[in-house]
Design a binder for this molecule. Structure first.
Ligand SMILES: CC(C)(COP(=O)(O)OP(=O)(O)OC[C@H]1O[C@@H](n2cnc3c(N)ncnc32)[C@H](O)[C@@H]1OP(=O)(O)O)[C@@H](O)C(=O)NCCC(=O)NCCS
Length: 198
């Protein structure tokens, strides 16, 4: 059985992380869930982007660049030690981010999609959300992003609003989750796919 874990990005995976991100670009896909790592496409070196990624867990630093603090993780498939996806957990959201944006962003590399991996990714993300003290989380998605919308429904998200996000003019579904309830309700389905790094 395939098993997965979340890992903090590190210099040891430099080549793999760049190849992972490049795959999104190659397939013309949005990069989501990679946090500051995606800054390599905004002029930062990999090392600078990684450093930014680590600093984003610091409230003071995040506020200094007008962002909310966050933690970024890579989804690793243990069987072949491959980066499959990424997930970004944000907390102490601004009022604007509580309306649209939300606590969690995620992505699965284009060549590994439609295998149920993002549902595992989000379940693991809920575990991390709990660790940073979140008991309720909001995620939103473009109503036309069927794969994301289905992921949110599959993990029991409650659709609370469908409105145009004024930031991009896109009709957006907003879902809320009770973290403990989600972990409890979906434990039997997703726990079997989860493992430790070692
Ligand atoms: C959204 C994304 C993370 C989904 O990843 P994924 O690993 O393919 O998703 P999963 O395989 O776990 O599938 C989740 C659900 O969506 C469905 N699904 C996946 N791709 C689909 C597609 N192209 N069309 C219709 N349904 C799809 C699956 O069948 C599953 O639904 P089910 O539980 O009812 O069976 C991936 O497409 C991605 O990285 N997109 C770019 C970044 C992005 O959009 N992030 C989210 C921003 S809100």
């Amino acid at each position: 059985m395939e098993k997965f874990f979340l890992e903090i990005p590190s210099i040891e995976r430099k080549k793999e992380i760049i190849a992972y991100l490049d795959e999104f670009v190659q397939y013309g896909s949005d990069i989501n869930g990679a946090g500051s790592l995606a800054k390599i496409y905004d002029g930062l070196s990999f090392e600078e982007a990684l450093d930014r990624c680590m600093k984003m867990t610091n409230e003071e630093f995040a506020r200094s660049i007008n962002r909310c603090p966050s933690k970024t993780f890579l989804l690793i498939r243990k069987n072949d030690n491959k980066i499959i996806g990424s997930i970004n957990i944000r907390w102490n959201l601004s009022l604007e981010m509580l309306e649209f944006g939300g606590h969690i962003g995620y992505g699965i590399r284009p060549t590994e999609r439609k295998k149920g991996y993002n549902k595992i990714n989000l379940y693991l993300g809920m575990i991390e959300a709990k660790k940073v003290g979140l008991d309720k989380v909001m995620l939103d998605c473009d109503v036309n992003n069927i794969a994301s919308d289905k992921t949110l429904k599959a993990l029991g998200g409650r659709l609370t609003r469908t409105e145009i996000d004024p930031n991009d003019g896109i009709l957006t579904n907003v879902y809320w989750f009770d973290v403990d309830e989600t972990l409890e309700n979906y434990k039997s389905i997703y726990d079997p796919y989860i493992t430790n790094k070692d």
